[in-house]
Ligand binder design. Structure first.
Ligand code: TEU
Ligand code: CA
Length: 567
């Protein structure tokens, strides 16, 4: 038997540099800011730091539109500072993972500039260029080569008048999709990845990596009711050559390298069966994937901007399936927050009366599943969604475009659209990290690029770390627990009380050791179900971590979670 990989016992912390800490007063977080906060991360105990993109970028999508993969954007700092950061991370015994955004580049990347320059440019075929739809004049309404919509509203095609053809962009027009069918594109990407690995980085988080292989026919997709554009996802989600590409990438970049490199593929729409293939170590593709099933359960039929709320049973069913699905082969990543998701305590908990309790409950439930947990900046101090009032308060391209499409051509009421944006917008995760109770929450000495959440006088790292009820210290203990307990790391997962609407209960078992986790996912007191066995186990177990102190009660208090050792 082979040793389990090191990352089965690791916790990853995501930094969104723009919003983390600003060191020069321009209102934008930067590398100097990250360097100044490394002790916060080391004290938290995380093993890996993942940086959202810091490369040169026109910043239409906050760095997910890259114009030079080998430079640091001057907004964030310099390559020298990057090396200093890498050294600081390594000195503290942590690893550094870079964001790899190679489904698309910026439209200002020299590859695209060349590609766009003429139809016979040698790089023409590095992107997806197509003529107008047959029977239509170029530029005419409906002339796009396919009916696909962009993830950021509008069509997935933009006409370039210089050559009279359209190019494909699954995201913004400023993010043209690379054509991975072209081997030169793939080699250029691998070369760049090798350059970063040679520089000392410890791995990659791969942006929408299951979108890189498309059906070259790019056929029309179904148009859902209430939508303006078709959904092409069946032609690019885990597309025809995706496994070949990832295996090739593995050979060209990772094979023969130090064994500690870590790869995680961001994969919207990935199924369990596909995830198993992607993460089967024998296939040499990626170590783990970010799946999206659980973050779509509170979406209504109209998608993420049609918020319907979460039925806990749906989450239990979904996570249980993923836990079972990847139990034998493959590996799960575990997350509730990142830079694209609203704050977990506002979305799934109670960010007012039970902020500490619900933040820690979700933390415990997440970290006790089998997989590698990810903590997103601010999550460890219980940061909340922001009280956005008007569309002017938002900065995110997805949110702003949606507002104008929904209130314009789709004819929705602005108040209704804003209500959904307030709950689901990615900007909820992107307000500055609240470090202190001082001006601008200690994030910047200037004016922040997006407003600081006005709750910073109470919700901030200083206050939290000094409090009796500290979210930070709870995360510390969870991370410690994973580091020292094999059962947390590798134990078999069994879901209990599956149909209960507010009780989240499961066991983890390995060899002779067993843990029982029970959580009350509600603001009401919860009596354990009549199932005597569960009640007995709860009263007979030894509490190793809970969010209500030590005195045991027969009932679970609002948002109470207990991690018990039962064997
Ligand atoms: O996100 C991919 C993705 O499909 C979604 O999370 C998306 O951002 C949005 O929520 C759709 O509703 C990745 C990055 O994480 C995201 O920040 C980028 O904007 C996107 O890719 C494009 O690079
Ligand atoms: Ca700055």
């Amino acid at each position: 038997e082979t040793e389990p990989a090191w990352w089965t016992g690791a916790v990853v912390y995501q930094v969104y540099p723009r919003s983390f800490a600003d060191s020069n007063g321009d209102g934008i977080g930067d590398l100097g800011g990250i360097i100044s906060k490394l002790d916060h991360l080391a004290e938290l105990g995380v093993d890996v730091v993942w940086l959202s993109p810091i490369y040169s970028s026109p910043q239409h999508d906050n760095g997910y539109d890259i114009s030079d993969y080998r430079r640091i954007d001057p907004t964030f700092g310099t390559l020298e500072q990057f090396d200093e950061l890498l050294e600081g991370v390594h000195r503290r015994g942590m690893k550094l993972v870079m964001d790899l955004v190679v489904n698309h580049t910026s439209n200002e990347h020299p590859w695209f500039v060349e590609s766009a320059s003429s139809t016979d440019n040698p790089k023409r075929d590095w992107y997806w260029w197509r003529d107008a739809r047959e029977g239509f004049d170029t530029g005419e309404k409906g002339a796009e080569p396919s009916n696909w919509g962009s993830a950021f509203s509008g069509p997935a095609w933009t006409l370039d008048p210089a050559t009279n053809q359209y190019y494909l962009h699954l995201f913004a027009p400023e993010q043209p999709d690379l054509n991975w069918e072209n081997p030169e594109v793939r080699q250029a990407v691998y070369e760049m990845m090798n350059w970063w690995v040679d520089r000392g980085v410890d791995g990659f988080r791969m942006d929408v990596i299951n979108f890189i292989s498309k059906d070259p026919a790019l056929p029309d997709g179904p148009v859902q009711p209430g939508k303006l554009w078709g959904d092409g996802s069946q032609y690019f989600v885990s597309g025809p050559r995706i496994h070949d590409y990832l295996q090739e990438m593995h050979r060209e970049v990772f094979e023969g390298r130090k064994a500690e490199l870590i790869t995680v593929g961001e994969m919207p729409g990935v199924t369990i069966d596909e995830a198993k293939l992607f993460t089967d170590p024998a296939r040499r593709e990626v170590d783990m994937v970010f799946q999206f099933e659980h973050v779509g359960l509170d979406h209504g039929p109209g998608g993420k901007w049609d918020y319907k709320g979460l039925d806990l049973r749906d989450l239990k069913t979904s996570w249980n399936r993923w836990q079972k699905g990847l139990a034998g082969t493959g590996w799960n990543s575990l997350y509730l927050n990142n830079h694209d998701q609203p704050r977990l305590v506002s979305r799934f908990g109670n960010d007012e009366a039970f902020r500490y309790e619900s933040a820690t409950l979700w933390a415990a439930l997440l970290h006790l599943h089998r997989g590698t947990p990810y903590v997103y900046q601010g999550e460890e101090i219980g940061m909340t969604n922001a009280p956005f009032e008007s569309v002017e308060d938002f900065r995110d391209i997805e949110s702003i475009n949606h507002f104008y499409e929904a209130t314009g051509p789709l004819g929705h009421k602005p108040a209704e659209v804003l209500r959904n944006l307030r709950i689901m917008s990615r900007d909820n995760a992107r307000t500055p990290v609240q470090w202190t109770a001082g001006e601008q929450a200690g994030f910047t000495s200037g004016t922040p690029w997006i407003a600081v959440n006005p709750n910073y006088p109470t919700v901030n790292a200083d206050t939290d770390r000094a409090a009796d009820q500290s979210v930070f210290r709870f995360y510390q203990r969870l991370i410690e627990l994973r580091h020292k307990d094999e059962v947390v790391r590798l134990g078999e997962f069994v879901m209990l009380a599956e149909d209960h609407p507010t009780l989240y209960a499961f066991t983890r078992t390995l060899g002779g050791g067993s843990l029982l986790i029970v959580g009350n996912v509600s603001g009401d007191t919860l009596s354990l179900p009549d199932d005597a066995e569960l009640a007995d186990q709860v009263s007979g177990g030894t509490l190793i971590l809970g969010n209500y102190g030590d005195e045991p009660t027969p009932e679970l208090r609002p948002w109470e979670v207990r991690i018990l050792r039962t064997a």
